[in-house]
Write a protein that binds this ligand. Structure first.
Ligand code: DC
Length: 243
């Protein structure tokens, strides 16, 4: 391994931003380009919401939430089917993207009990670096010392349209309902007392409205290169991947 690659291997990159800004797509692409681990922290909150839903717990009742923390046992497993979210041995990956779980995840994410429980899990995952962490408070709370921080945003209608398309034919909501949920979720995520959604002071803000995922990743790679002038991004010089 050459030293350039060695330097680059130690980076921890965070990507925060509101729902539907395209974080998941570009985080995955960036992680794949760098050959880094990709961690979707929203899935962890969705996993907690799934447990809350299954046990019919009131997401605003701290005492009830406290009870589920000790045996939460939520982990990512990496297989040829991609990254899977496993809750107490049960693969719940395909069950956490419904509108109900989406709204419930926003509710549980406002609880300090849940945020604290997930803080340690996330820090442990980031200890080895070489990772792209996607979430809402990665650069502000979980990894304030991250090497490069991005905040990806976009116009609310463009974001709602992305989410609407993602739900596909199986979606139970019309576009206006998805938009309404998105506006409410933005307000909840940004106004909560603990870890509100906001860019870190040292984050690079990218507006993805009207930009393709390729263009966003290209911008990110440029920023990573300029933040680490001696570090060349793997793949660029070797022409293995193109953006
Ligand atoms: O990114 P997502 O839509 O899958 O996230 C689900 C919910 O979890 C969303 O309401 C915001 C919340 N969340 C959070 O509060 N902090 C994170 N680091 C990631 C997600």
């Amino acid at each position: 391994m050459n030293t350039e690659m060695g330097n680059q291997k130690s980076l921890l990159i965070t990507i925060d931003g509101p729902a539907g800004a395209g974080k998941t797509t570009v985080s995955r692409m960036l992680a794949s380009h760098l050959d880094f681990l990709y961690v979707d922290t929203g899935a962890l909150y969705r996993g907690v919401a799934f447990e809350v839903f299954s046990r019919e717990i009131d997401p605003e009742n701290d005492r009830e939430l406290e009870k589920i923390v000790p045996d939460l046992n939520l982990q990512f497993e990496y297989s040829n089917k991609g990254t899977r979210l496993v809750l107490k041995g049960d693969d719940i990956t395909d069950r956490i993207r419904t509108p109900e779980i989406t709204m419930l995840a926003s509710k549980v994410s406002a609880s300090p009990i849940i945020r604290n429980a997930l803080l340690d899990v996330q820090k442990q995952m980031g200890a080895r670096k070489s990772a792209v962490f996607e979430g809402r408070d990665m650069g502000t709370v979980v990894f304030p010392d991250a090497d490069v921080k991005f905040f990806l945003t976009a116009d609310v209608k463009a974001r709602a349209m992305r989410r609407f398309t993602e739900y596909g034919d199986g979606g139970k909501q019309c576009f206006d309902e998805v938009l309404e949920d998105m506006v409410k979720r933005d307000a909840d995520d940004s106004s909560r007392a603990i870890a509100p959604l906001r860019p870190a002071d040292d984050a690079i803000i990218i507006d993805s409205s009207g930009l393709s995922p390729d263009s966003v990743v290209e911008k990110m790679v440029e920023h990573i290169n300029s933040a680490r002038p001696k570090t060349r991004i793997l793949g660029q010089d070797q022409g293995r991947r193109k953006f």
